[in-house]
Design a protein around this ligand. Structure first.
Ligand SMILES: *Cc1c(COP(=O)(O)O)cnc(C)c1O
Length: 503
């Protein structure tokens, strides 16, 4: 299935030698249990599990070698738009590993975890200040879960007032999780389009709102990297129709210390601490997607909620109108702690600079690349921008090929084919933490690829050439994944034919 270079390595199963071990345990000094007396035989494995048998050194070398093939923010530039792959400060890790934080248990009594509760309480206070909201819940474990939590609160709010509002209006420049979260929350979505400047089409919005409007979800900056220019008017239109305003603040690194959703009229917001506030992310988590809301919605927030009574921090579980618990215990404490360290180590001026530099870097790169790739929206961008590869497509090269070619130069590609409204889209987020030299090197490579496409498109169409695994069959990789190693012997016994992925 895969095209491979010579450096392709065997799977660990393939250099297994019977009897070889990577450990030596002392002799057992307690009586062995007769498993057959404990478990019914139908649950017991008949033949021993087929596991690789290797020495400790071979084991270490194998996985160390594989780990070097990963691309992460600590190994290279990662301009994955909308995902904010920025530097994870190492002081965050130091603090998160302090035994007083790392070794506490969520079942400990409140009086023994006052320090941890104080961190959560202070973080709630800081995030309320940053977003202009009245209260924050740190429970949701991801941006999408924060969206869903907020929508459940919005539902509960309308129901508590005896109103039946079921529609959520979502612009076509929203993040893809917005309509998904609304659907999972049992609400109906209404999509409205954007105008030629990338703003919400106000005429369509006016037509869409009504007595059934539960909320509008606005991703701002949008997935085009643009700040909505008519935000106050949008807020008025939705509020006048009795709907609430939801702000997708996953990418708040564009506006820290500059603008606050609460001041723009928004009722609920979510943040992505694993983006804006430097929590390491990727690979599915753990993340943190706190939500903030205005006071009318506080009764519906998840419980328990961290509160301060006198000098004592407590977990308030007595919240009769709450939508309930949305995450085990109190959210992903380690990610919340890292965000707290990041906020405190930057301070208000530092956070303002974060956003100024995120926006400066994105605009710098956008202007440098504009002569070589089509720029569908020319106005000043925020933390990210989109290019279109439609000019290159006319020469037979697709955005996918450009992304593959970037791998040859050691870069993680930008987000591609999203947002859907831009043909052959590339969504690039340089982030605030990269140096001008890194930005310039990436710009040079993007320009070089544009030139290659004019002079020798095949080199881009067939990329990557210098990676361990060259061009994948994208469809087969998605539809027929080989997730488990099976030796020939097992395959034959079961009458199954599996390709071994090194073939
Ligand atoms: C990343 C992102 C989300 C979803 O966040 P997850 O933590 O991946 O669930 C939502 N909205 C926007 C704008 C995002 O960039």
């Amino acid at each position: 299935m895969l095209a491979t270079n010579q450096s392709e390595k065997a799977l660990i199963f393939e250099f297994s030698k019977p009897g070889r071990v990577a450990y030596s345990l002392p002799d057992c000094d307690v009586p062995e249990v007769d498993v057959e007396a404990v478990f019914p035989s139908k649950y017991l494995r008949q033949a021993p599990a087929e596991l690789p048998e290797v020495s400790e050194l071979d084991l270490m070398r194998h996985y160390t070698e594989l780990s070097k093939r990963n691309h992460g923010i600590d190994s290279g530039f990662y301009p994955l738009g909308s995902c904010t792959m920025k530097y994870n400060p190492k002081i965050n890790e130091d603090v998160a590993r302090c035994p007083g934080f790392a070794k506490i248990h969520p079942y400990q009594s409140e009086d023994t975890i006052q320090g941890a509760l104080q961190v959560l309480y202070d973080l709630q206070t800081e995030l309320a200040e940053i977003t202009g909201m009245d209260a924050i819940s740190l429970q949701p474990a991801a941006g999408a879960q924060g969206e869903w939590t907020s929508l459940m609160m919005i539902r509960a709010y309308h129901e508590s007032r005896g109103e039946k509002r079921t529609k959520v209006i979502i612009p076509d420049t929203a993040h893809g999780t917005n309509p998904a979260s609304a659907t999972v929350a049992g609400l109906d979505t209404v999509t409205i389009s954007s105008d030629e400047n990338g703003n919400v089409n106000l005429d369509e919005l006016r037509e869409a709102v009504g007595p059934d409007t539960a909320a509008l979800m606005l991703t701002n900056p949008s997935t085009l990297g643009l700040f909505e220019e008519n935000i106050l008017e949008i807020a008025d239109i939705v509020h006048q129709a009795g709907g609430l305003l939801y702000y997708d603040g996953a990418n708040t690194n564009a506006i820290l210390g500059i603008a606050r959703p609460g001041d723009m009229g928004f009722d609920v917001v979510h943040l992505n601490l694993h983006k804006t506030f430097t929590g390491p992310h990727g690979g599915g988590g753990p993340g943190s997607g706190p939500i903030g809301c205005k006071k009318e919605l506080i009764p519906f927030m998840p419980r328990p909620h961290v509160v301060k009574v006198g000098d004592t921090y407590r977990l308030d579980d007595d919240r009769p109108e709450s939508i309930g618990r949305v995450k085990a215990f109190y959210g992903n404490f380690g990610i919340n702690l890292r965000a707290f360290v990041y906020i405190r180590s930057n301070g208000p001026e530092g956070l303002l600079r974060v956003s100024q530099e995120a926006v400066l870097n994105a605009n710098y790169m956008m202007r440098k690349l504009a002569p070589y790739y089509d720029l569908p929206y020319g106005r000043i961008c925020k933390h990210e921008f989109v290019l279109s590869g439609r000019r290159q497509k006319k020469l037979g090269v697709r955005t996918l090929d450009i992304a593959k070619r970037l791998l040859d130069f050691g870069y993680h590609p930008p987000t591609i084919y999203f947002p859907l409204i831009v043909e052959e889209c590339m969504m690039i987020e340089p982030t605030e933490t990269e140096s001008k030299e890194t930005l310039d090197q990436f710009i040079d490579v993007m320009i070089r690829i544009a030139q290659e496409i004019e002079e020798n498109p095949a080199v881009v169409q067939e990329a990557p050439h210098h990676t361990v695994i060259t061009r994948l069959d994208e469809v087969a990789a998605a539809r027929k994944p080989i997730l488990r190693y099976k030796s020939d012997k097992v395959q034959q016994k079961r009458g199954e034919v599996y390709e071994v992925s090194t073939a």
